[in-house]
Design a protein around this ligand. Structure first.
Ligand code: 5AD
Length: 330
C-alpha cells in the first residue's frame, strides 16, 4: 500500500531503514500528515476506542541494575516494599469497580513474588478480568506456570535493539531478553514490547532498528517511552528523551502494526504537559491508570520519584480531548 503524505510519498510496504529514519525526523506538516495517517489506520482497523488498564505496582525489589531506573538493585536509598496478596486483590476489586477489565501487575524483577503470584492469578481470573504481567525476565517454567494459571498477557520491552547499548545500560545480554519474549509468545501469551527513546549514545539508526526489531517480533502491544533522567541512577544528569522522536515512533508503530495496542505512556506526560494527548493523537490507543496505594507509589521509582501518576479523571479527560471513546471492557 502506498500512502500519500503531503510532501513525499511513503511506501508502507517498503518500510525500510532509510524510510524509517526519514519519518522519525518528521516535523511540521509532514509530522501532522504522519499522525493523520496513523489515526486513519487506527480507525480502519477498528482499534480507535481507548483500552484502559489498571496497574498495581506489586513490588519494587529488583535483581537487575539498569542504569536508567532507580529501582536498580544497587540503589541503597530506596525503601523497598512488597504488597500482600490481600492488598493486591482488594486493589483488583477497585480496578473492576472502576469498570476497567485489565489487572496489570507490574514489579521489579523479583523472584520472591512468584509464589504469591501463583495464588493471585487464579483469583483475578475468577473475577473475569484479563491478567497482564510485567515482571521482567523469568525462567520459561515460571512463565509457563503463570500461563497455566490463567495469565493472559505479558509486557517485556527490549528497551533498545542494540546489543552493545543494551549490555552497556542494563548489564545483561539483550539476547536473553529476546529469548524471553519468544518463549512468552510460544506459550500463547499476548505479548507487548517496545523501546526507550533518548538512551546515551543512541542514534537515529538505533531508533530505526528498534522499530524494525519491534515489527519482526509481531507483538500484540508495543510502546515507546521518552527517557526520563532518574535521581539516584548513573544517568541522572542525561537530558530528557526527545518528545517528537517518541511520538513519531508511535505513529510508525501504528502504521506498520495496524491493530496493535499502543499505550500513550505516563512518561510522555512527565516530559511534556499534554504529552499523553499527543500520544493518542499520534495513534496510541491505551492508557494505564495507576492504582498503587499512595504510600507505595513514590517508592516505585521506575523513572522518577516525581513521576506523573495517571488518575482515572486525567485519562478520561485526555480521551475526551482526543475525540475518542473508552473501549467497553466487559
Ligand atoms: N525513562 C523512561 N522509561 C523508563 N523505564 C524505566 N525507567 C525509565 C526511564 N528512566 C521503562 C522501561 C521499562 C518500563 C517498565 O519502564 O522501558 O521496561
Amino acid at each position: 500500500m502506498v500512502i500519500s503524505l503531503k510532501h513525499q510519498r511513503f511506501n508502507i510496504g517498503k518500510l525500510d531503514k532509510s524510510e524509517i529514519i526519514r519519518l522519525l525526523q518528521a516535523q511540521g506538516e509532514l509530522q501532522q500528515d504522519l499522525f493523520r495517517e496513523a489515526r486513519a489506520v487506527r480507525e480502519e482497523y477498528g482499534v480507535d476506542e481507548v483500552t484502559l488498564r489498571g496497574v498495581i505496582e506489586i513490588s519494587n525489589f529488583c535483581q537487575k541494575n539498569c542504569d536508567y531506573c532507580a529501582m536498580r538493585a544497587s540503589n541503597p536509598n530506596l525503601e523497598r516494599y512488597r504488597l500482600s496478596i490481600e492488598e493486591i486483590l482488594s486493589i483488583v476489586d477497585q480496578i473492576k469497580a472502576a469498570n476497567i477489565g485489565i489487572a496489570f501487575l507490574q514489579s521489579g524483577q523479583d523472584p520472591r513474588e512468584d509464589e504469591m503470584l501463583e495464588q493471585i492469578i487464579p483469583e483475578i481470573k475468577k473475577k473475569g478480568m484479563e491478567v497482564l504481567l510485567c515482571l521482567g525476565e523469568k525462567p520459561q517454567e515460571t512463565y509457563a506456570n503463570f500461563a497455566r494459571l490463567g495469565a493472559d498477557s505479558y509486557i517485556l520491552k527490549f528497551e533498545t535493539s542494540s546489543p552493545d547499548l543494551y549490555k552497556h545500560i542494563a548489564h545483561t545480554p539483550l539476547e536473553k531478553r529476546l529469548e524471553c519474549v519468544k518463549s512468552l509468545q510460544n506459550l500463547g501469551y499476548r505479548v507487548g514490547t517496545g523501546n526507550i527513546v533518548g538512551l546515551p549514545n543512541q542514534t537515529l539508526e538505533h531508533l530505526a532498528d528498534d522499530i524494525l526489531l519491534a515489527l519482526s517480533i509481531k507483538p500484540d502491544f508495543v510502546s515507546s517511552s521518552p527517557f526520563i533522567p532518574n535521581q539516584e541512577t548513573p544517568l541522572e544528569s542525561l537530558a530528557y528523551g526527545n518528545l517528537n522522536l517518541t511520538l513519531n515512533t508511535l505513529a510508525i508503530y501504528r502504521i506498520a502494526l495496524k491493530n496493535c495496542l499502543i499505550p500513550s505512556v505516563s512518561a510522555l506526560e512527565k516530559t511534556y504537559k499534554g504529552g499523553q494527548l499527543m500520544g493518542l493523537n499520534a495513534g496510541a490507543n491505551v492508557l494505564t491508570i495507576n492504582f498503587t496505594p499512595d504510600t507505595f507509589r513514590n517508592k516505585y521509582a521506575i523513572y522518577s520519584k516525581q513521576r506523573f501518576v495517571v488518575s482515572l479523571e486525567h485519562a478520561l479527560r485526555t480521551i475526551e480531548q482526543a475525540g475518542l471513546k473508552v473501549k467497553s471492557p466487559f
